[in-house]
Ligand binder design. Structure first.
Ligand code: SF4
Ligand code: SF4
Length: 351
């Protein structure tokens, strides 16, 4: 394992981190787990090779993309994460030169997705990862609206069990003492895994030693209350398509601030969300009832039509049967009449 891609001691990570999983949701200040891990992305080292994308696809057993990962023509378009693509590398330009940025869930210290999720499907884990539990998810997609980085996406194509999808920071691998797939695959050391506080030190040291190479800012140290995925860059972050207007206030505090404008509303956010959920559920129930009613009506109409056709067929059959009987009777009467006439003629001949 390369030192440059792994900082910190993973031994015992499973034992020390698997215990205790706290939800970060809620309107209280949470400063992050002290020993949590993270990844430092150094855009000065990234060459846009997409090896990280390929590794992420393999580790998460995602569907293969239309174009292979070694096809770099996709870099000509700005891409975002998708339900089957947890990370993408985009190409930007600065002073006529290409610069690259890897995009994935930033694993916020106080995740907006978790604070918006009223059923607790998102959790900030002691590893630093923000995890998602599909079994709790009710599909309201508030997390997608809440995320300032536009990361979570939804499996709209799956009508039965759609999930919200995003990068997991390879938490299962971390707990096994392995590196996240993308970090392991990066041939340029553009991704470094380690304890968040150590990554911050490394980032500061690189900036201090090479002020000519880096802008003096670690993106994610403070943004939205801090993230476990950190970025350093040789170009202003806005060139890399990164929002610089987010401020340092974590999402749960922002929620409280916005609601406190109307004091009576403070604390009603979960109730509001629950209410919205109840309305959605009620709408779904009414729609289901309407569908059931329509099906019932259609079945009743089909049955009535079938009964009508059967009655008509029986009547027709009855008529045909009666006509056949009439024909037979008529024939028999005619034959009897002919026999009678024949007999009379024979007896007249004898006289
Ligand atoms: S980047 Fe978005 S999805 Fe990831 S933890 Fe932050 S708010 Fe949640
Ligand atoms: S594998 Fe490393 S160098 Fe290649 S695109 Fe990903 S981050 Fe950049």
């Amino acid at each position: 394992m390369k030192r440059r891609t792994f900082i910190g001691i993973l031994a015992g990570a499973g034992a020390s981190l698997a215990t205790g999983t706290a939800g970060a949701a809620g309107n209280h200040h949470f400063t992050g787990y002290p020993d949590s891990y993270g990844v430092l992305f150094d855009s000065t080292k990234c060459i846009g090779c997409r090896k990280c994308e390929a590794a992420c696809n393999a580790v998460n057993e995602l569907p293969k993309p239309e174009l292979p990962f070694d096809d770099l023509s996709v870099l000509e378009k700005r891409r975002r994460t998708h339900h089957d693509t947890f990370t993408v590398v985009n190409k930007y330009e600065y002073n006529g030169k290409p610069v690259f940025r890897k995009i994935q869930c930033n694993h916020c210290q106080e995740p907006a997705c978790a604070s918006a999720c009223f059923v607790g499907a998102f959790k900030k884990e002691p590893t630093g990862a923000v995890s998602y539990d599909a079994s709790r998810c009710v599909g309201c997609r508030y997390c997608m609206i809440a995320c300032p980085f536009e990361i979570p996406t939804y499996e709209y194509h799956d009508p039965i069990t759609p999930r919200v999808r995003k990068c997991t920071m390879c938490q299962p691998r971390i707990l096994e003492g392995k590196l996240p797939g993308c970090v392991e695959a990066c041939p340029k050391g553009a991704l470094v895994f380690g304890h968040r506080d150590e990554l911050l030190q490394i980032a500061r040291e690189r900036i201090r030693k090479h002020p000519e190479l880096y802008v003096n800012h670690i993106y994610g140290e403070q943004e939205m209350g801090g993230t476990n995925w950190l970025y350093i860059s040789g170009v202003p972050f806005e060139i890399l398509g990164m929002r610089e207007d987010l401020g340092i206030t974590p999402a749960p505090q922002l929620t409280t601030g916005a609601l406190s404008v109307v004091p009576a509303v403070v604390g009603l956010w979960p109730m509001f969300l629950t209410g919205a959920y109840a309305i959605t559920k009620r709408k779904e129930k009414i729609a289901a009832e309407e569908r059931a009613h329509a099906v019932q009506k259609a079945v009743a109409e089909a049955e009535a039509e079938a009964a009508k056709k059967l009655a008509a067929a029986l009547e027709k059959a009855e008529r045909e049967k009666q006509a056949a009987i009439d024909r037979e009777v008529k024939k028999a009467l005619k034959e009897a009449e002919e026999a009678r006439k024949k007999a009379e003629a024979a007896s007249e001949g004898e006289e």
